[in-house]
Every structure is written in structure tokens, then in C-alpha cells.
Design a protein around this ligand. Structure first.
Ligand code: FUL
Length: 493
């Protein structure tokens, strides 16, 4: 063996070793730990709820047959006869709209029960529908299950029919009995809706919310309880589907009470210093009323999109009511509008122009290649992969996208999402295109959508600056999108 040969062997081995090391990044560096969370945090069920984005409300009952919104409680059950009821059609409409949770009014203020409750004779059992053997709750649950859709229930506390109403102990026992029926009999229920409305016969009535909430959690551990004051999901403070421009998922529950009109602004914006994670749900009807009325028709696509930007695009979940008609079906006009709505959302958000760009940031936790780089905002909407800056440049942490092509980027919507699993943090942010500011905003949360008032912008460099935040901002996703349905009025008109 000549000395020369062994030298070249040595060299070959070294080269091979380096290639292997590079290829397998061996030895693997130990991962950098994620930053500490900033409390409060969402629960598992709250996080799951938030990611649904759009859920559906179904107002259905005796009002559907009397052309009214608030029944008197004196309705004759004989009027309830939706001869063509097909819960499968409701679920199909929901699935086409991208909805994964449907909430039914099991009992509205009129007291008529859509399931054969054994604690009252004012229910479907006293109606001619299905010969008195029908159960709307059961039919919805079965249809939803077969399509992998979840179910929620609304059980109105205010009851204009039941004679126990007004007698605290008797009515609270009755109400709890019905909760037990609904939550024991129909499998998994993902949301329960406690409405705050009360009328003249309710003045002396106290609801034992503590007992109700404990019973609900005992029977369904993964359920979210909705009310003006949570404890899991809060009302947004109006029925128009609009959250505040600033919208924190945090709030102080001690400042809230159910049915209290003076806190609607607080509910609308939440509270940066809030000690409770209690995100807002925006309930609004596709039509003017909550119940079906022959004379009403669904809102236009542009109205629905505006609602979407002002609810989902402001860190909330949109609870869109679509009322079945007196035949027991969702009207074809509403089905079509829902399809258009979903198609529009998909058209806007399927293409993310930022994906064609190079991305850099003011800093990244642990340095290059350690898991917290700006490229994480382009891996879909994975909540647990995110760009994390270092503590340097606090007050001006930024992430920038540069177009790689010759053509400028053309967009009119900017989407920003925080890694809320570690807390909601961003207080203020700004967006620049080629050095010109095109948007300013406050909170981000799960999802912030800026639909630009100036309309479409063109440019090569898009910079998002986080100018104020509680601790380090953590961004899980960013999108630059084009909304072809957006035609802003020219400024000054
Ligand atoms: C309100 C009720 O009075 C309406 O009828 C409707 O159910 C709406 C969702 O909540 O408080």
C-alpha cells in the first residue's frame, strides 16, 4: 500500500463523513424549547371551537308556524307539523358551507320542546308530526353523526309556557331535569347555549347558573358553555355578527353577568388584562329574523362576507343562523346562498401569494434553523409552528415577504394568525407595502383579516411590524390574498 493511496482514502472517508453529517444533520442539535406561555390560555375544547370558524344555528319550533319571533307560550302543539322534515338536508347544507357544529333550539322562549321531554306535555309528543312519536333533536343528532358533524343545543331559560316559571325552586328543578335529559340521552353535545333574554313574566325568577353549569360539565366534559358571561364562550354583545376592531379572547369574568345590557361594549372588545380565557361568538341570522318567515330572504353574499371579515376576521367564531321552514327543510334560497358563501371564502383564501415569496424577520428565537424561523408562518395554519423573534428590537419586531418574480404581488386581504395556544399577545401591528403603510390594527388573536379599504395594492415587499405586544409575539400563519368580491366605495364618497 503506498502512502499516497492511504491519504486519498482518508480524504474520501472525510468527505463521506461530512456528506453524511450534512445530509442527516448529525449529531442533531438539541431543540430549543418554546417560550413560556402568557396566561390565561384556552382549554382544549375552546381551541377546538375556535378552529371551527363558522358554526350554524337552527331556530325551529312553533314560531316557524306562526310567523313570530317570540312565541307566547300559548301555542297549540297541533300547529307543529313539518311534514317534509329531513335533518339530513340541514346537515348537507351545513357541510356544503364548511360547518362542523350545528346548534338547535331544543326549546325557545315559548317553552315548546323539540324532543319528547318526560317533564312536560308541551312538546313534539303532543303534535301531529310523525304521529306524536317524532324527536327533532334525535333526528338532527343521527343525521349529523352520519356526516361527522357535531351538535350543540339551545335550551331557553326564559319559558313563557311552563307554570313553574317564576317559582325559583320548582322551575330550576324542571330546567335541570331537562338539561339532564338532553345531555344524557343524545351522545356528545359540543356546545350548550344559555340565552340571557328575559321578559315581563321573568322579573322574580332567579336562575341557578352555578348548579346548571356544574351539572353540564359533569354530564359532558368536553362541552363549551355559552352565555353572556361564559364560562367557555362569551356573547359578542350584539346580534349583527360584528366583533370589536380590538378583540381580546381574554376578559374578567367577575365583571360579567348574564342578561346585563350595560356590559355589551366590554363583551365586544374583551380585556387585555382579563384573567379568564373567554373568546367571543358572533351570532347573527342569515335572514332578518331568527325563525323562518315566508316574507324574508337571505342576506346578500357581500353582506355575509362583511360579517365574516368582522367576526372570523376579528378573532371570533361566527354562529350563523339558518332557520328551517315550515316544511321542515332549509329553503333552497338559503342553501344556495350558503354554497356561494363557502365558494367565495375558498376562492379568496385558497391561494396565498406569500407562499411564492422569500421571507425574513427581524430576529428568530435560537438563531437560524432552530425551529422558530419566519418560514413557519407559511406551513398552513399549524397553530404549534410559529415564528418567534428574540427579545431584541422589542416594539419593532417584523417579518417581511419579498416577491421572487418580476411581477408585483397584487392583493387586497392580509391574514395574520397568532399561536394562541401560548396566549394572545399582539396589541398593535402595521402592514407596509414597498415602504408605504397600508393597514394598522390592534389585536390579532386566532385570526385577523385586513380587507383593505383602499382596495387592491401592488408591490414587491410586504412587511408586517408588531409594534406592541404582551411579551414576544408568536405568529403561526400569514397570508396575502385576493378577494375578487371586494369593491370598496371610492374614498370621499
Ligand atoms: C335572543 C333571543 O331572544 C332570540 O329569539 C334568539 O334566540 C337569539 C339568538 O337570542 O336572546
Amino acid at each position: 500500500m503506498t502512502p499516497n493511496l492511504s491519504l486519498s482514502r482518508c480524504l474520501a472517508i472525510c468527505v463521506l463523513f461530512s456528506i453524511c453529517r450534512l445530509a442527516y444533520s448529525w449529531p442533531k442539535p438539541v431543540a430549543i424549547a418554546p417560550p413560556l406561555p402568557i396566561l390565561p390560555l384556552p382549554s382544549f375544547s375552546q381551541l377546538k371551537w375556535q378552529r371551527r370558524e363558522i358554526i350554524m344555528f337552527l331556530h325551529f319550533g312553533v314560531n316557524t308556524f306562526t310567523d313570530s319571533e317570540w312565541g307566547t307560550g300559548k301555542e297549540n302543539p297541533a300547529i307543529f307539523n313539518p311534514v317534509g322534515l329531513n335533518a339530513g338536508q340541514w346537515v348537507d347544507a351545513a357541510v356544503h358551507a364548511g360547518v362542523s357544529l350545528m346548534i338547535l333550539t331544543a326549546k325557545h322562549h315559548d317553552g315548546f320542546c323539540l324532543w319528547p321531554s318526560k317533564y312536560t306535555d308541551h312538546s313534539v309528543a303532543a303534535s301531529p308530526w310523525r304521529g306524536g312519536r317524532g324527536d327533532v333533536v334525535a333526528e338532527l343528532v343521527a343525521a349529523a353523526k352520519s356526516r361527522g358533524v357535531d351538535v350543540g343545543l339551545y335550551l331557553s331559560p326564559w319559558d313563557r309556557h311552563d307554570r313553574r316559571y317564576g317559582r325559583n325552586k320548582a322551575y330550576n328543578e324542571y330546567y335541570l331535569a331537562q338539561l339532564q335529559e338532553l345531555l344524557n340521552k343524545y351522545g356528545s353535545v359540543r356546545e350548550i347555549w344559555f340565552d340571557g333574554a328575559k321578559g315581563a313574566n321573568a322579573l322574580n325568577m332567579s336562575y341557578y347558573f352555578g348548579d346548571w353549569f356544574s351539572m353540564v360539565k359533569e354530564l359532558q366534559s368536553s362541552i363549551n358553555i355559552f352565555s353572556d358571561a361564559g364560562p367557555d364562550v362569551r356573547w359578542v354583545g350584539n346580534e349583527r355578527g360584528f366583533a370589536g376592531k380590538t378583540c381580546w379572547s381574554t376578559i374578567n369574568r367577575t365583571a360579567l353577568s348574564i342578561g346585563n345590557g350595560s356590559i355589551v361594549d366590554y363583551l365586544n372588545t374583551g380585556d387585555e388584562r382579563g384573567t379568564d380565557w373567554l373568546p367571543a361568538e358572533c351570532d347573527v341570522s342569515i335572514r332578518t329574523g331568527w325563525f323562518w318567515h315566508k316574507s324574508q330572504s337571505p342576506k346578500s353574499l357581500s353582506k355575509l362576507l362583511k360579517i365574516y371579515y368582522n367576526s372570523v376576521g376579528r378573532n371570533c367564531v361566527l354562529l350563523l343562523n339558518v332557520p328551517p321552514n315550515s316544511t321542515g327543510l332549509i329553503s333552497e334560497t338559503d342553501v344556495q346562498r350558503l354554497k356561494e358563501f363557502r365558494t367565495a371564502i375558498d376562492t379568496i383564501f385558497t391561494v396565498n401569494l406569500a407562499e411564492k415569496c422569500s421571507v425574513r424577520a427581524s430576529s428568530q428565537r435560537g438563531g437560524d434553523g432552530r425551529g422558530f424561523g419566519p418560514e413557519n408562518v407559511l406551513d398552513g395554519d399549524h397553530l404549534w409552528t410559529y415564528w418567534a423573534p428574540t427579545a431584541e428590537n422589542e416594539g419593532d419586531q417584523w417579518i417581511e415577504f419579498r416577491s421572487e418574480g418580476d411581477e408585483p404581488l397584487r392583493f387586497n386581504v392580509i391574514r395574520i394568525q397568532e399561536a394562541i395556544g401560548l396566549g394572545q399577545r399582539i396589541r398593535r401591528h402595521e402592514v407596509y407595502v414597498d415602504g408605504q403603510r397600508v393597514a394598522i390594527g390592534t389585536t390579532v388573536g386566532y385570526k385577523k383579516l385586513h380587507r383593505l379599504e383602499m382596495g387592491e395594492v401592488k408591490g414587491y415587499r410586504v412587511k408586517i411590524r408588531i409594534t406592541e405586544s404582551r411579551g414576544l409575539p408568536l405568529i403561526s400563519s400569514i397570508g396575502l390574498h385576493f378577494d375578487p368580491f371586494w369593491h370598496p366605495k371610492p374614498l370621499g364618497r
